[in-house]
Design a protein around this ligand. Structure first.
Ligand code: ADP
Length: 452
């Protein structure tokens, strides 16, 4: 079993991992940049090591510095959290070469799913439904035109190496296709150093629904139900729900079983998420994330399971501690990502928190790394924390969310938060009725800004 775990991350997720370790009796090592000396994860860890200056490339992404920190402290495992090195196959390999356990899937699986063309081909062969499109990479403009004719416009061209919504372009018709393809290709080449492109049918009003999976080293794999993350701004998730207001139990079980079986056939280890677009009752695979997700707590809320604990267990060679028949889904959960941003313009507004009071009470969880007197550094993402509420049903959950948002106090110099946006959303009739797709939030924000 793992004795000492180094957390290669910062902020709320570092704290989340630290808490699981402490409950399991595992010692913790925090790493931090010089900008994070006063961070909560550093204060709470058993040991901490400074790994570099503020820019992530020199600290949280600095593999040699993290390896040295493992060596100095004798850590025998690393949890990468999300972002940073969590989907870096080479990092997983290097740790393995040094006899250090990487809490995550194998380097082979990270690499496979990191290339979207390969990922799609792999999951398709395993029986997971995909968006109709090109077979692999587009070899020529002629092929692009032919495939688009076959699947019908509009189409979307996507970079194999893409991420964060970059390297993607929609073409409404034949005239737009080649210019869209060229510009997405150029963007991908510049951003990712790779210009392999593929094509898919563009879905007009889909929801984003993802399935949480977990596997062990013995070929066992389960699904932990779905999350609906349709409320997005610039492809960034803002509000997530489990379960999805759009699915019934039969659909839920059907897609869950397909995915769990595929992961078992793949021998997938650890936590992963299969992301789908969902439209007119059908699922279309878009990508797999081979790590813990920001929104994992809503799955924990409805299943009562600790995903980080389970990640650590299976990484150290234990069997999954539950099988599919033991997983029960109870009630409804919603997560709001509270960012240090203006709630209307979304301009980052970090600063010093003078007053901080987190809501509590039945069914309320706050995962955050901040405290009164803490200065949010400007170098990293603007997530202050996540508010997660759980209720017996969606209505109760929404009521609880409204009251929790009212209790939340985050005040200080230069600080603004997205709490006012969530207060509006929690009162909106489309949201209350579960009536939204992946474009809903941006359309809502546009209407709001034209009011002012
Ligand atoms: P990334 O890794 O860059 O986030 P994804 O493949 O996950 O790329 O797609 C990001 C977003 O782009 C999706 O959530 C969806 O909003 C949009 N998108 C991707 N593929 C399609 C498609 N075939 N039809 C419609 N929208 C799509």
């Amino acid at each position: 079993m793992i004795e000492k775990l180094l957390i290669a991350n910062r902020g709320e997720i570092a704290l989340r991992i630290l808490r699981a370790c402490r409950e399991m009796g595992i010692k913790t090592v925090a790493v931090h940049s010089t900008a994070d000396e006063d961070a909560m994860h550093v204060r709470l860890a058993d040991e901490s090591v400074c790994i570099g200056p503020p820019p992530s490339a020199l600290s949280y992404l600095n593999i040699p510095a993290i390896l040295s920190a493992c060596e100095i402290t004798g850590a025998d495992a690393v949890h990468p959290g999300y972002g940073f090195l969590s989907e870096n196959a080479r990092f997983a390999e290097i740790l393995e070469e040094h006899g250090i356990t990487f809490v995550g899937p194998t380097a082979e699986h990270i690499r496979m799913m990191g290339d979207k063309i390969q990922a799609k081909a792999t999951v398709k062969a395993l029986g997971i439904p995909c968006v109709p499109g090109s077979e692999g990479a587009l070899k020529s403009n002629e092929e692009a035109l032919r495939v688009a004719d076959e699947i019908g416009y509009p189409v979307i061209v996507k970079a194999a190496a893409g991420g964060g919504g970059r390297g993607m372009k929609v073409a409404q018709n034949k005239e737009e296709l080649i210019p869209s393809l060229s510009s997405a290709r150029a963007e991908s080449k510049a951003a990712f150093g790779d210009d392999a492109m593929y094509m898919e049918k563009f879905l007009g009003k889909p929801r984003h629904i993802e399935i949480q999976v977990m596997g062990d080293k013995y070929g066992n794999a389960v699904h932990l139900g779905e999350r609906d993350c349709s409320l997005q701004r610039r492809h960034q998730k803002v509000w997530e729900e489990a379960r999805s207001p759009a699915l019934n139990d039969n659909q839920r079980i059907e897609i869950g079983e397909i995915v769990a079986k595929a992961m078992s056939n793949l021998n997938y280890l650890g936590a992963g998420t299969i992301e789908f677009l969902y439209e007119d009752g059908r699922f279309y695979f878009i990508e797999m994330n081979t790590r813990l997700q920001v929104e994992h707590p809503i799955t924990e809320a409805i299943t009562g399971l600790d995903l980080v604990r389970e990640q650590i267990r299976v990484a150290s060679g234990a069997k999954l501690s539950f099988d599919q028949s033991e997983i029960r889904f109870n009630g409804h959960a919603i997560e709001c990502r509270i960012n240090a941003e203006n709630a209307e313009t979304f301009t980052p507004a970090p600063g010093k928190i003078e007053n901080y009071h987190a809501p509590g009470g039945l069914g309320v969880r706050v995962d955050s790394g901040v405290y009164s007197g803490y200065t949010i550094p400007p170098y990293y993402d603007s997530l202050i924390g996540k508010l997660i509420v759980h209720g017996n049903n969606r209505n109760e959950c929404l009521m609880r969310l409204r009251r929790a948002l009212k209790e939340f106090v985050i005040e200080g110099h230069g600080i603004e938060t997205t709490i006012p946006l969530f207060e509006k959303l929690a009162m909106n009739s489309d949201i209350i009725n579960g009536n939204y797709d992946i474009h809903w939030l941006e359309e809502f924000l546009e209407k709001e800004s034209s009011k002012n």
